[in-house]
Design a protein around this ligand. Structure first.
Ligand SMILES: Cc1ncc(COP(=O)(O)O)c(C=O)c1O
Length: 453
């Protein structure tokens, strides 16, 4: 029998017995049979159009969480800071003398949490912001969460090289390069387009920490083939993350087709791992589920208070990870994602495929889809475009609160969070925005949109 060697095996390798029975059923059937699912995964969601398949299981939500979270992590602990942003609406004089409204903000960096979240009443609107942008100088926000479980998986399987891809200013590519370099792994980054004359922002970080190849847009369009042919050109064996994950969960059965020879697993051979664009892989999800578990502790956000969690969506992986965490823990939270790079249909497909992949890889009962509320941005546009006035909006937020947001991603979350915070005052759920990082994105934008700065 072949064995997967692990540098640092997880603390315990408990395998749980469970029985699953997959059925395609209607929401009505499911609701009327809710009681019969007692002792199984607790599901606490409103039923919507995305709701498709449920499989019952004898696994409790604790067992499911254990299956997903019992692993080695990159972050020593999942802790993060939470600030409270107060939002005030001011009447302003606009062009041609008409009156308009403008928000101003202030930041309370030490808000009372736990029980006090429920008690807190004020005349002002406010939202909480999870400051994941402060996790690391270069690997922060959702990048840190996505790589939290991913990098140890690569290490455990003796990966030597990693290949990934992204835009020229990809925060993901830079985060992979930095994380790999910190662990003695080699990162190969395939960046879309031509090399800029002057490197800056994430592009500069990618060049400093990784091995960058610029790829013409026409070739980049077929990313899957690009990743795999580049990985093959490095030499040694090539493995996808999903295969690694499946091998970790199935290491008894050893059915994985990538474990061809013992030689491939020897510690001195090259092994290249492919990470999809934006780490849109199932192994990116546990880090976000871990974050939800952290936030749901009684002394932080608690488990009983209805909350609206706001996040910006590129591939949508971060939002889906949060949604799964909320589902598994049975929290009365709703994850709302601002769509930036795809259509509702595209995001729903991504949600479905990530959930299926996670359940397959972790040997879990299928969960249903429809766990994320996908919404349009206030001012929709082609992905990556910046509209007039948005740099000034980021500047205002930075100067009033000390929080840096960027117009491509985090400003979209901020706008929605401040809009919803006004509804919260009228009795809506409390609003919590996840800062997804991307701080250095501004450097690339200053280069691209010179006239705006
Ligand atoms: C700052 C920032 N926010 C959000 C996202 C989108 O995250 P996701 O692809 O998981 O939706 C990205 C992309 O990686 C990003 O760089």
């Amino acid at each position: 029998m072949k064995i997967i060697f692990q540098r640092n095996p997880p603390i315990s390798s408990v395998r749980h017995e469970f029985h699953s029975a997959c059925t395609s059923i209607t929401p009505q059937f499911w609701l009327s049979n809710l009681n019969s699912f007692h002792n199984s995964l607790s599901i606490n969601l409103k039923v919507n159009a995305g709701f498709q398949v449920i499989c019952s299981s004898n696994l409790s939500s604790e067992e499911i969480m254990l299956k997903i979270l019992n692993r080695r992590w990159t972050l020593m602990n999942p802790d993060t800071k939470i600030h409270q942003i107060k939002v005030s609406s001011l009447q302003t004089q606009q062009n041609f003398g008409s009156l308009g409204k403008k928000n101003t903000y202030s930041n309370n960096p030490h808000p009372s949490l736990g029980e006090n979240i429920r008690k807190w009443h004020d005349d002002e609107s406010s939202f909480y912001i999870v400051r994941d942008d402060l996790l690391h100088p270069l690997v922060n926000g959702n990048k840190a969460r996505k790589l939290d479980a991913l990098i140890p998986l690569v290490e455990d399987h003796l990966g030597t090289d990693v290949v990934t891809c992204g835009g020229c200013q990809s925060a993901h590519a830079a985060a992979v390069a930095v994380s790999c370099a910190e662990r003695g792994l080699k990162a190969h980054l395939l960046l879309r387009g031509e090399q800029p004359q002057i490197l800056t922002g994430y592009n500069l970080i990618s060049m400093l920490y990784g091995s960058v190849t610029y790829v013409p847009r026409s070739i980049y369009a077929n990313r899957e083939e690009l990743l795999s042919s580049h990985a093959n050109s490095i030499g040694g064996s090539v493995v996808s993350l999903d295969d690694l994950l499946k091998a970790s969960s199935n290491h008894n059965s050893m059915k994985s087709n990538f474990i061809d020879t013992e030689k491939e697993w020897s510690s001195n051979s090259k092994k290249t791992i492919i990470i999809n664009e934006g780490a849109g892989d199932a192994i990116a999800l546990p880090g976000l589920i871990r974050l939800v578990q952290y936030l749901s502790q009684d002394h932080i956000l608690g488990k009983d208070q209805p909350l609206k969690i706001i996040v910006d969506a590129g591939t949508g992986t971060t939002a889906v990870g949060l949604g799964i965490g909320v589902l598994c823990l049975g929290l009365p939270w709703e994850v709302t994602a601002v769509m930036l790079a795809d259509t509702t249909e595209g995001y729903k497909k991504k949600e479905q495929s990530l959930i299926s992949e996670l359940c397959r890889c972790f040997d879990l009962p299928m969960m249903h889809t429809g766990i994320v509320n996908w919404v349009e941005r206030q001012h929709p546009r082609k992905f990556g475009n910046v509209l007039k006035g948005e740099i000034e909006a980021c500047q205002q937020i930075a100067q009033e609160t000390g929080v840096l947001v960027d117009p491509i991603y985090t400003l979209a979350g901020w706008e929605l969070a401040s809009q919803l915070s006004q509804e919260e005052r009228k009795g809506g759920a409390k609003v919590v925005m996840l800062h997804t990082g991307g701080t250095l994105g501004m450097f690339g934008l200053a280069q691209r949109y010179k006239s705006y700065f």
